[in-house]
Write a protein that binds this ligand. Structure first.
Ligand code: G3P
Ligand code: CA
Length: 355
């Protein structure tokens, strides 16, 4: 092949990439979704206790596009923001309600949830990031997170809302629709993105809020994208789960495509795949955001928002692989990676916010 032909080939490859990038930017724009989207996972949860006012205010003031949250419902029917099925990891439930320490969130009234300390665990787990003001932070309602998102006129993030364990909360999709509609949030294109791992919940979300963009979260494993046959972790001899996950692949391309079609046909505008991280760790899973997977999603008109990525080396890899947005516990670092302005660093913003 002559040099001229090689140059022409390279130029065409470049042009193809540009066309794909601008196409997916247009896809996002059509939904009112920023591109590439910076999604603050449980708030700025590297620097403040997850899903609390400190984490969400910090993410807002840094300039994140979305505050990500996991939605559950209290025993008396209030929509609340908690990630885990129970309260043991992120609160003092074991001291306050020892007999119910392993009970699901749905076993507690809002008044009971509000007695819990959702901040001190962070100070113990991360002494280098601890602050006395984090002690006693409260579990938040959905309305309170909306208040935070509306409170700084210079920074007006959207909400990226996951229905968590939705089979425990029949009707939560309609409750969510009412709560968002009441405050006018459904009239603002792209201000809300709905996400779930559960295809039944996705269908219910689509029925309740047909115009609101939705994302099907993807996971390699049981009841989700089927994995290629291989050794179980216990038999693998690998040192940790991250190393094992990193070797896992979908059964074949057809299996991955099947899940894209489920997402598309159930009303999603995008997928939210897991990924494997360079340094491993608890957030490192099977890589479902490989270049061919992102290309296939884009060819079907689906956006790709990958979870959960905190380090520049991984920002670079997933961005080069073609994702359209990133869930991160470190929105400040991701904004800087994208060259977007961040007024102050995390410590200064926390101080200015009274934390
Ligand atoms: O919602 C995206 C990502 O948050 C999914 O994982 O377990 O952190 O909710 P998880
Ligand atoms: Ca989530």
């Amino acid at each position: 092949m002559r040099l001229k032909d090689i140059c022409l080939g390279l130029a065409l490859v470049g042009l193809t990439f540009q066309i794909q990038a601008s196409d997916t930017a247009a896809l996002a724009k059509a939904q009112g979704i920023p591109y590439p989207a910076v999604i603050a996972h449980r708030g700025a949860s590297h620097d403040a206790p997850e899903s609390t006012a400190a984490a969400y205010q910090l993410a807002r003031d840094l300039g994140a596009d979305y505050l990500e949250l996991d939605l559950q419902r209290s025993r008396d029917g209030v929509l609340v923001v908690v990630h885990d099925d129970d309260l043991g990891r992120t609160s003092d439930v074991a001291e306050r309600f020892p007999e119910r320490k392993a009970s699901p969130v749905s076993a507690f009234t809002l008044a009971e949830l509000k007695t819990l300390d959702a901040g001190s665990w962070f100070n113990r787990a991360y002494p280098d990031r601890a602050r006395p003001t984090f002690a006693g932070l409260k579990i938040l309602t959905l309305d309170e997170v909306m208040d935070i998102a509306e409170a700084n006129p210079a920074r007006t993030p959207g909400l990226y809302i996951e229905t968590k364990v939705p089979n425990q909360f029949p009707g939560i999709e309609q409750d969510l629709q009412k709560a968002l509609e009441k405050r006018g949030w459904l009239d603002q294109p792209g201000r809300v993105v709905l996400q779930t791992f559960d295809r039944n919940s996705l269908a219910l979300l689509h029925k309740a809020m047909p115009q609101t963009p939705k994302v099907l979260l993807l996971w390699l494993g049981e009841d989700h994208v089927e994995a290629a046959p291989g050794q179980a972790f216990a038999e693998s001899g690998l040192p940790d789960k991250a190393a094992w996950y990193a070797r896992q692949q979908p059964k074949d391309r057809g299996e991955f495509e099947r899940w894209l079609d489920i997402a598309k046909h159930t009303g999603a505008v995008g997928i939210g795949p897991s990924t494997a991280l360079a340094a491993g760790g608890e957030q490192s899973y099977a890589d479902l955001a490989q270049p061919w997977m992102n290309r296939m999603a884009h060819e079907k008109g689906l956006l790709v928002h990958v979870y959960t990525v905190d380090e520049p080396v991984d920002f670079k890899r997933v961005s080069e692989a073609g994702v359209d947005g990133i869930f991160t516990n470190r929105p400040g670092a991701l904004l800087k990676y994208h060259g977007r302005p961040v007024a102050q660093d995390e410590a200064l913003l926390l101080g200015a916010g009274g934390w």
